[in-house]
Design a protein around this ligand. Structure first.
Ligand code: SF4
Ligand code: SF4
Length: 522
């Protein structure tokens, strides 16, 4: 039996609404997700609601061991497309009819949020009653209040359409985000597992999560988060320090994981890390942006206990221009040398198959990786991960196809050339399935359902892979995330010509559409 600190216990009979917050992946991933903590803390702050958690592959809630069918609302956090299969399994094993068309007024309302639900929910429309598009804390209160006012919410879905951010398939929706990070929900009493079993320890170890910023405007053309969650919003430094102290008190932990799409772009990152260090916090953080790693920051991070930094060079210099990530090989080598001087480990992330990549680029990528491998004195100090590039909705690369055969060939080539133990290359098969699920239409429902009973052959997935042209109407066109489609087209054409778009926060606004005049802050 897993022991946890800060679990919320309420009497289900004394609340008006029972909410099952479901994470269709493993416990350690769920507990590494700030969004999952936010939902739990936010909902349980309401006296009339009891939110419990369910994580795959368990089909009962962690709090009261109740099946999902016992809840009024079952909400899924859709972070990765591959988790769609687990959603169906959790519904089935939890006693909830999988297809929404088979549910009655006795069954829970099934909702979903998270990046996949916000970008292209179409493939899951057979199974989810309502999607929440954007940042949940903006709409959840109104959503629950509306639910509580209705006699039969399933029959009255139109009543939810007045809530900004709610998507009932086929009705256009506008994504919602918090305009000011002071309005963002910062969970204080975060649930912490009390275990030494590494299968249950979250990605950042025994640490609480501190959200320094949301969104990123650097403009990498492959990055869905960087396109959808604009503009970048920062929490005030003073607030962060207060929140960190409160979290320490509530969790008993000194270790803090700084969370944000681009943590090192936080305008006061050095001050923040220094203050945290001086208050005896240990700091950890995911991916750092190379341009914003200074000596001071590295020194503070090292002294406060950071062991590994993660850098994403993505590809060769030429392809980086296509992707609008204008860092040089020298930048990468300099920062790696610095990190190794500080005795930090380095994780490098690359992508394979970005648009316009040729066999010459692949040879150059191989040379670059081999050169970088030579830098550390200890081989174990460097880990390299290579992922197939998967085009995503709402990005300038949404019109790029996924070439499965080419990808298999390239992965085979790299594997044969890079035979080192701390290199990880993701499977092209999984990448193809992810591509189909992220870029596909509602027709995919039957294939997702079929996969519950038997493995769908890869040839079938290959046949389902969409090819979108620039003039096509896209399945996610009625989901308005902020950036203009014309802007994405312009960016795609610039990418094909290797033309960069400078960072709007330094070089000025180019009117991507994400900020209206009242929120633009640069
Ligand atoms: S810097 Fe990172 S988060 Fe920002 S757009 Fe690029 S890949 Fe996305
Ligand atoms: S509208 Fe302008 S300032 Fe806002 S994210 Fe887009 S380019 Fe940047």
């Amino acid at each position: 039996m897993l022991r946890e600190h800060n679990v919320v216990i309420k009497d289900p009979r004394r609340v008006d609404l029972r909410f099952a917050s479901c994470y269709p992946n493993l416990y350690r991933s769920a507990m590494s997700s700030l969004g999952f903590h936010i939902i739990y803390d936010f909902l349980n702050s309401r006296e009339d609601v009891y939110c419990e958690r369910a994580v795959y592959p368990y089909f009962r809630t962690l709090e009261s061991s109740s099946p999902l069918k016992d809840f009024d609302i079952v909400g899924f956090s859709l972070q990765y497309e591959q988790d769609y299969f687990h959603v169906l399994e959790m519904l089935q094993e939890g006693g909830v009819p999988i297809r929404k068309s088979e549910r009655t007024s006795e069954d829970p309302l099934v909702i979903a949020g998270g990046p996949c639900a916000s970008s292209n929910p179409s493939p899951m429309t057979d199974f989810i009653d309502i999607f929440l598009v954007g940042e949940a804390e903006v709409m959840l209160d109104q959503f629950l209040d509306t639910y509580l006012q209705l006699d039969n919410p399933r029959e009255e879905l139109d009543a939810f359409l007045d809530i900004k951010g709610v998507y009932v398939p086929d009705n256009p929706v506008e994504m919602v985000i918090v305009e000011n990070m002071r309005d963002a929900w910062h969970p204080i009493k975060q649930v912490i597992p009390e275990t030494d079993d590494k299968d249950f320890i979250p990605a950042f170890g025994r640490a609480f999560l501190l959200e320094v910023s949301r969104g990123c405007t650097r403009g990498c053309r492959f990055c869905m988060a960087g396109c959808m969650y604009r503009p970048r919003r920062e929490a005030p430094l003073k607030d962060l320090l207060e929140i960190a102290e409160k979290c320490r008190q509530a969790t008993g932990l000194d270790r803090v994981a700084l969370i944000g799409a681009a943590v090192s772009d936080y305008s006061k990152i050095e001050e923040l890390c220094l203050e945290l260090y001086e208050r005896d916090f240990q700091i950890t953080t995911p991916s750092l942006r190379i341009e914003s790693i200074s000596d001071e920051l590295l020194t503070t991070l090292k002294e406060s206990g950071l062991k590994t930094i993660t850098i994403a060079p993505e590809s060769t210099c030429r392809i980086r221009k296509v992707a609008n990530k204008p860092i040089t090989n020298d930048d990468i080598i300099t920062i790696m040398n610095k990190a190794f001087n500080y005795d930090l480990n380095v994780k490098l992330y690359f992508m394979l198959g970005l648009p316009t990549e040729t066999s010459e680029d692949l040879d150059n990528l191989l040379k670059l990786i081999k050169n970088l491998e030579e830098i550390p004195e200890r081989r174990s100090a460097l880990r390299i991960s290579i992922n197939p590039f998967i085009p995503k909705p709402h990005t300038p690369f949404q019109w790029v196809d996924f070439d499965f055969k080419e990808m298999k060939k390239d992965v085979k080539f790299l594997k044969s050339e890079l035979k080192r133990s701390n290199l990880k290359i993701d499977s092209p098969r999984m990448a193809l399935i992810q591509y189909v699920l992220s870029m596909g239409t509602a027709d995919l429902g039957s294939t997702i359902l079929k996969s519950l009973k038997s493995k769908v052959p890869i040839r079938e997935w290959e046949k389902l892979a969409p090819k979108w042209d620039m003039d096509d109407e896209l399945p996610w066109d009625n989901i308005h995330v902020g950036v203009r489609k014309d802007y994405l087209k312009e960016e795609y054409l610039k990418a094909l010509n290797g033309v960069l778009t400078p960072w709007c926060e330094i070089f000025g606004c180019y009117d991507c559409g994400a900020c209206d005049k009242s929120t633009k802050s640069y």
